[in-house]
Design a protein around this ligand. Sequence first.
Ligand SMILES: O=C(O)c1cc(=O)[nH]c(=O)n1[C@@H]1O[C@H](COP(=O)(O)O)[C@@H](O)[C@H]1O
Length: 298
Amino acid sequence: MDARGPLCVGIDPHPSLLADWDLADDIHGLERFTRLTVEALADRTAVLKPQSAFFERFGSRGIAVLEKAVAEARDAGAVVIMDAKRGDIGSTMAAYADAFLDPSSPLFSDALTVSPYLGFGSLRPAVELARRNGCGLFVLALTSNPEGAEVQHAVRGATALDAAGAAGGAGGTGAAPGTGAAHRTGSEAHSVAATVLRHLAAENAGAEPMGSFGAVVGATLGGTPGELGIDLAINGPLLAPGIGAQGATPADLPGVFGGVVRDVVPSVSRGVLKHGPDIGGMRDSARRFVEEVRAAVN
Ligand SMILES: O=C(O)c1cc(=O)[nH]c(=O)n1[C@@H]1O[C@H](COP(=O)(O)O)[C@@H](O)[C@H]1O
């Protein structure tokens, strides 16, 4: 991000974008859309984030397009976050981890988006494989969609993590709020999202310059999670989707992320892709987003 600019561009071949690009909604359209996007961006954009769903729509042939895109993007020097949002019981999670975080897999990526809503501990096999292979995870914490709050802001009861926190063992950054007893009587500090972030802080504890276990926090939130008692200081990267088509702008980043805004990986998909199939148009758009992010965070 220092060399190429702080930006992630999502590769999201929506049917509507294929139509806008005068491409058929079929495997040939998908292949051309993906090839042009990789050609436009992979040698100059810090992070590319293919959205697996749009490739899975086309079955095995779509997955083959995805495999090629991931390999080419990585060869061109981009960091690839596979946006597949996987999550399952631990023994199955191990197979998802093998699919995306094992260098011998055709879908091997630098990082994977995962869902912690089967319990953060269910992600353990992915955490361990990522650690072994120098990869990362982005764990859903405060997602950009308005429906996320009913789960993520929910206040949960005490668990073993609180007991560990009370014993001084789980905070990681030292930023974990209060004692176990305070958690049990607190409100938002106890939210599901706050718990996910505390787990991530523990995974990243002591890593320099930061750990590889990131959180997904939407740029659309409109306010500071700190106001909800949520601490974003996890010593890891914060993937911030929602810029562009979902209405957030780079100027919103300081308001949402405050003191950790430099740890943010701002992510845009349709906001850049709508300028295709013109390669120059996509490049210009990505460059403008980089400039806007730099102006906002510096
Ligand atoms: O994990 C993600 O990337 C993600 C998390 C989230 O909270 N919100 C969110 O929009 N995303 C993804 O980010 C992309 C956003 O696309 P645009 O709205 O076109 O920029 C989509 O691929 C979403 O699946």
